[in-house]
Each structure stands twice: as C-alpha cells, then as structure tokens.
Ligand binder design. Structure first.
Ligand code: NAP
Ligand code: ZN
Length: 307
C-alpha cells in the first residue's frame, strides 16, 4: 500500500471520463483513475522483498503478464497482455511492489508523479526515433504533457525542436523550456510552410494523430521517422502512400516505455539535468478542476493532484 502524495493526470484519464477510452470499459463501475502515482510505502505484503514501509517511491504503471514472449525477451511495454495500472487518484493505492521505483531525496513526489506516462512515453519515442545531437524534431501540439516532455528531452539530447500550438501565450512559456522554433497555428498547410522554412525534419513526435500524421510525413526528410503514440486530433489518419514509399519514410507506433526508461528519467531529475514542468497542483477534492483545465487547453505541462 502506498500513501499517495501526488498523482499526475493524463489525457488518457480524460478519455476514460469522456467514455471514449481505447483501453478501459467505462461501463464497468466503480472505477478509480490515475496512473502516475508517487508517495510513501505504508505497508507491504508478506512475500514482498526489495521495498519497505517508509520508502519514497513512484509507480511504473505498466501492467504486464510476465510470461509472454515479449516479457521474456523485452522490452516489457511490448507485452501481449499489456495494460495500465489505475487507482492513483486516491489517498492510498494498492500496487505491485516490483513496479515501484525508489526516489532519491532530491526528487519530490510531485516531480516524480509527472514522469511515468508523459515523460516515459516521450523518452521511449525519442529512443525509437533514434534522435541524436543536432537532429530536428517536429512536435505538433507541443504544450501538453507529452509535448513539453518531448521538448525538454530533445534539448537534453542536443537536438532541436519545432512545436505548434493554438496559443502564443503557451508557446512563449515553452521557449524557456528549450523549444527552439514555435509555430502558432492549427492549419496544416500554414504549419507545413513554416516548418519547411525552418529545415529538414529528422523525426516527428506525433501524439495527435488525425490530420497531423500526413502533416508529419509532409515535413519529414527522406528516410526520416515518425513515432505515433496518440490520437487527440483524430482516431484515423489518411496518408499519401506514394509519398511514404518514395520518401523511404517510417511510421512507428509506440506505447509507454520501460521501467528502465523511468529509472533513467528519475536519474536525470536527481542530477538536475531535467526539471519536469508542473503547471499546477490540485487537492484530491479539486481533481475535477484539473480535468477542466486539460479539457479547456489552458495548461502547459503536467497537472498533478496531491492527496
Ligand atoms: N500510447 C501511449 O503510451 C501514450 C502515452 C501518453 C499519452 N498518449 C496520448 O498522447 C496524447 C497526448 O497526451 P497528453 O497527456 O500529453 O495530453 P495533453 O496534455 O492534453 O496535450 C495537450 C496538447 O494537445 C493539443 N491539443 C489538444 N486538443 C487538440 C486538438 N483537438 N487538436 C490539436 N491539438 C490538440 C494542445 O494544443 P494547444 O497547445 O493548442 O492547446 C496541447 O499542445 C493523447 O492522445 C494521449 O492519449 C499516449
Ligand atoms: Zn507479457
């Protein structure tokens, strides 16, 4: 049992609230949402080793079967039976002990709670894009959880980022977080022109889907890669097949990351190389306000509930 001190919310929780989750059967109630929890271990089960009461921890929300081919050979997020932990939006959460990652004293539980879904996913996508120094990475919808994480991690790799948003105010905040090029637009043609003027894109971090998938392919250089993890702008994308094969472009589906990715991110925060961007914290009673802020597209970075 973990006493929850912080639990970040994600668009995933909003999909569940809206009854539009690809993962959760929302007719099956009661249901407690919240993947990204951090806090203090209250007590442990009889057979548990490696974790003790009083330990400060963050949960890696991957739920895996432990027996399939991908669990045996890795990486774990490929598990055939992969699902996600839910139950962090609460005062206490019962979790699987071996999914707990210890926190150094220098990493707060609020910072830690920001990491699992947004930062771990963005980090894993950048690994799959094989992003390296001086690469140019295009991140449409740059102001949310995955977007901001992408910007900060791209900068930490010595690569450069281009991001889009409907809000100049939010883009201005992104500049101080390391965004190199900001495009205030939601019009794909306008965005394509602006990106093309900046340079040739090596990688696209696409969490929007919809019309942003073809836009990503349009700006991608020959042999470039696009990783896709989300569908905020639409479940379906129409793409130009000749452009894909004649340009030798690659589209890569990606979901979450590995517990090792999360450990790496905690190390980056502990060493001062990464500071997760927290827009605001909310009490458990005010969780609704956090979801309203996400729905109204008001925030930059992560929204964290602190029971
Ligand atoms: N597969 C995985 O493992 C995984 C993990 C994490 C997230 N995801 C997915 O990735 C996506 C992002 O998650 P998140 O938690 O980062 O969400 P988020 O914080 O709500 O993302 C906000 C960003 O999305 C943009 N946006 C919102 N609605 C939009 C729309 N209708 N059209 C275009 N842009 C829109 C916002 O643009 P403005 O700046 O203009 O407001 C903002 O930049 C979600 O689809 C989520 O389900 C998947
Ligand atoms: Zn498995």
């Amino acid at each position: 049992m973990v006493e929850v001190e912080a639990c970040a919310i994600n668009r995933h929780d909003l999909w569940i609230l809206e009854g539009d989750s690809a993962v959760i059967d929302t007719s099956d109630l009661p249901f407690v949402s919240g993947l990204d929890l951090a806090g203090t271990v209250q007590n442990i089960g009889e057979d548990v080793t490696g974790v003790e009461s009083g330990d400060r921890v963050v949960l890696c929300p991957n739920v895996t079967c432990g027996t399939c081919r991908y669990c045996r050979e890795g990486p774990e997020n490929l598990c055939e039976n992969h699902s996600l932990y839910h139950g962090g939006l609460a005062e206490a959460a019962r979790v699987q002990a071996d999914r707990l990652v210890p926190l150094p004293d220098s990493v707060s539980t609020v910072e830690a709670a920001a990491l699992p879904t947004a930062y771990m996913t963005a980090y894993h996508m950048l690994r799959r894009l094989e992003t390296g120094p001086t690469d140019l990475v295009f991140i449409p919808g740059v102001t949310g959880g995955v977007g901001v994480a992408g910007v900060q991690l791209v900068a930490s790799l010595g690569a450069h980022s281009i991001g889009t948003s409907s809000s100049q105010v939010k883009l201005d905040r992104l500049k101080s977080l390391g965004l190199d090029y900001a495009i205030k637009s939601t019009d794909p043609n306008e965005i394509e022109d602006a990106v093309t003027n900046i340079g040739s894109v090596d990688g696209v971090l696409n969490h929007l889907g919809g019309e942003y998938t073809q836009l990503g392919l349009d700006v991608l250089r020959r042999d470039g890669r696009m990783a896709v993890c989300g569908r905020t702008a639409g479940n379906k994308s129409v793409i130009d097949i000749p452009d894909l094969f004649l340009g030798h472009k690659r589209v890569i589906g990606s979901t979450m990351g590995t517990q090792r990715d999360l450990e790496t991110l905690i190390g980056l925060v502990a060493s001062g190389s990464l500071t997760p961007e927290i827009d605001e914290t909310y009490s458990l009673e005010d969780t609704e306000a956090a979801f309203v802020a996400m729905q109204d597209r008001e925030s930059v970075g992560k929204l964290v509930v602190t029971p």
